[in-house]
Write a protein that binds this ligand. Structure first.
Ligand SMILES: NC(=O)c1ccc[n+]([C@@H]2O[C@H](COP(=O)([O-])OP(=O)(O)OC[C@H]3O[C@@H](n4cnc5c(N)ncnc54)[C@H](OP(=O)(O)O)[C@@H]3O)[C@@H](O)[C@H]2O)c1
Length: 262
């Protein structure tokens, strides 16, 4: 199977690296706006001179350009679109109906919203399928993203919410890791160790949520000894409105996602 990545930017590279490290895909091809050699870590990716050539070659084509670039890219490759080609759009905001109009063809189109940890096989991808997508095609899309992490399938009207929560989510987490590790430095822990402590606390806690199936509040209660130190920290976080701030941040990102293709 030939897998094409149109737009080898941050996300395109993430998919290319993830599929090499964790997948079974042997043939990867890609384009960028400015044709150039693949960087050494992407030596396994064949770089095509044009999007049209890439579309002709691909069995599955990941579209990884910005939402505002999607129309021109789809119009450009429209003459090469054919039965049997599965398009997977990773652009935030742009709806399947719109993509189909630009492609001028009733093609199977899946929308995907992956996130950065796909690079190391620990990603989260949310998928939604157009009405022309068969069960086999959705399974194929699912299997490609499953090698990069976990997959959830939702109705298309939830894709902006998924963007604000899980595609943007790593940025919120990096901010938390940075802040916690800075606190460690303030308390005298060497920076490298402080970052390890902060990142591993988040990693382990998230893993426990996923593996225990317990409500996060129940797990929080387990850490919070009566009259201990955790409850003092939680009090400070509640005073700083961390819970409602995070909630509002996700909602803000989802609202912005809905506007991106407007
Ligand atoms: N970054 C994320 O975490 C993330 C997560 C989920 C979804 N997404 C979605 O993924 C898409 C790409 O985001 P990104 O962060 O990867 O952006 P990015 O780093 O700017 O990458 C976009 C890539 O598209 C290429 N490109 C632009 N126009 C092109 C054209 N006409 N033909 C071929 N290649 C073209 C650019 O090439 P040049 O380098 O030559 O300009 C660049 O390599 C967006 O729609 C975004 O919503 C991103």
């Amino acid at each position: 199977m030939n897998v094409g990545i149109l737009g080898l930017g941050t996300l395109g590279r993430t998919l290319a690296l993830g599929l090499r490290e964790h997948g079974h895909v042997t043939t990867l091809g890609a384009t960028t706006r400015t044709p150039r050699e693949a960087p050494p870590e992407l030596a396994h990716v064949q770089i095509f001179a044009s999007n049209v050539e890439l579309a002709r070659w691909s069995d599955v084509l990941f579209l990884c350009v910005k939402p505002f670039q999607m129309e021109s890219v789809l119009r450009e490759i429209a003459p090469e679109l054919r039965e049997g080609l599965l398009l997977i759009s990773n652009a935030a905001s742009v709806r399947i109906e719109q993509l189909g109009k630009w492609a001028q063809w009733r093609l199977p189109i899946v929308r995907a919203m992956p996130n950065m940890p796909c690079r190391i096989g620990a990603g989260m991808t949310v998928l939604t399928a157009g009405s022309d997508v068969s069960d086999e095609e959705l399974s194929l899309a699912r299997s490609l993203f499953e090698v990069l992490g976990r997959v959830a399938i939702v109705e298309e009207n939830l894709m902006d919410a998924a963007t604000g929560l899980s595609a943007c989510g790593p940025a919120y987490v990096y901010l938390i890791v940075e802040a916690m590790s800075e606190a460690g430095v303030k308390l005298g822990i060497p920076r490298k160790t402080a970052t390890l402590l902060a990142a591993q606390a988040l990693y382990g806690s998230a893993k426990l949520v996923l593996e225990s199936n317990l409500h996060p509040a129940a797990l929080k209660d387990e850490v919070t000894t009566p009259a201990g130190c955790t409850v003092d920290a939680l009090t400070v976080l509640e005073e700083g409105r961390m819970r409602s701030t995070l909630l509002n941040a996700v909602v803000a990102a989802a609202s912005r996602s809905a506007e991106l293709s407007a």
